[in-house]
Write a protein that binds this ligand. Sequence first.
Ligand SMILES: Cc1ncc(COP(=O)(O)O)c(C=O)c1O
Length: 400
Amino acid sequence: MGSFENGQATERRFGTLAVHAGSPHDPSTGAVIAPISLSTTFAQTSVGSPVGLYEYTRSSNPNRDNFEAAIAAVEHGKYALAFSSGSATTAVILQSLAAGSHIVSVSDVYGGTHRYFTKVANHHGVDVTFSPAIEEEVEKLIRPNETKLIWIETPSNPTLSLVNIRAVSEIAHRHGILVVVDNTFMSPYVQNPLTHGADIVVHSVTKYINGHSDVLMGVAAFNSEALKERLTFLQNAIGAVPSPFDCWLAHRGLKTLHLRAREATKNATIVAQALESSPHVISVNYPGLDSHAQRAIALKQHRDGMGGGMLSFRIKGGKEAAHSFCQHTKIFTLAESLGGVESLCEVPASMTHAGIPREEREAAGVYDDLVRISCGVEDAEDLHADVLKALELAVAGSKA
Ligand SMILES: Cc1ncc(COP(=O)(O)O)c(C=O)c1O
């Protein structure tokens, strides 16, 4: 499996990498799937001479190493580092900045990222400026000698608007600034930000990469030696690391990511088209539709112009209809989170984005009647029928 090691992976295609990268056969038993290495400590033959590569599990662990090698391969990076959650990944990257640093971020970031930027990073002397139109505004928001990072999330949550990673990276690099892209919504199968010029790509592994709604975890991938040194130091020093069992589970999930991402995109496309032609729907946000305002970016930045498994739509009948829709679906479960094999729906204004003041929320397109959907891998015909039935019941109920 030598050819799947870090740095030599890009010659293979995605499915081959997902299945084989970071998956060496066990040298002593021949086991095709690595055992879960639960030991927290590793024997040494003499002081400072461990038997193998490992000393203490917070510093490194075989299952974490395997998972990190696989993510580096599928994100076309040299290195990857895993953390105990997507939020811990963000926190460690922010901790790598000196006090007095400045960040320019897209406005439409995940709520927890917004919370970290505005309620934690500021106490460490890191200042964040949010921009609703980062491609146009970034150049004038950069503060000489202070701005150290540009933070992008594309597509945004929950309105699925896109950012041109290459355009922003070119501006950032002219000023010696690093670009981070949160790629959680697309997954490494649909979008590889490093190949579009980003310096670090981050994921909430909790979503598509693990894909089975049973692991909380995060990961960052990148190419720079200097970043590897600094972030590896912080990974160990802060200790927000995932368990070996979670690494093993997430690695197993990754092996089918390409199959799940293709199926989720197919399902989301069918559901988005049905919603778009329904008289009960005001508008649909889905980057796989020709009507999406930034479809041209999706065609350039996403594999085969895929739209991914996430979409949102405004239902006629206001908040009441939105809530009612989520109670009338039989296959879509009303729940937060996304990216699992099972389809989910939620009302962002009342759930995931309830903490954002109404005016700010609505300026970003998050109205009370917006429903967010995560399409899983069930049969498209069943999802399609479930959505149409729930729409009718919800809109009829709100009229009555
Ligand atoms: C886009 C995005 N980034 C980061 C996170 C944080 O990840 P976690 O929940 O694994 O901490 C989430 C969680 O929903 C997310 O949707």
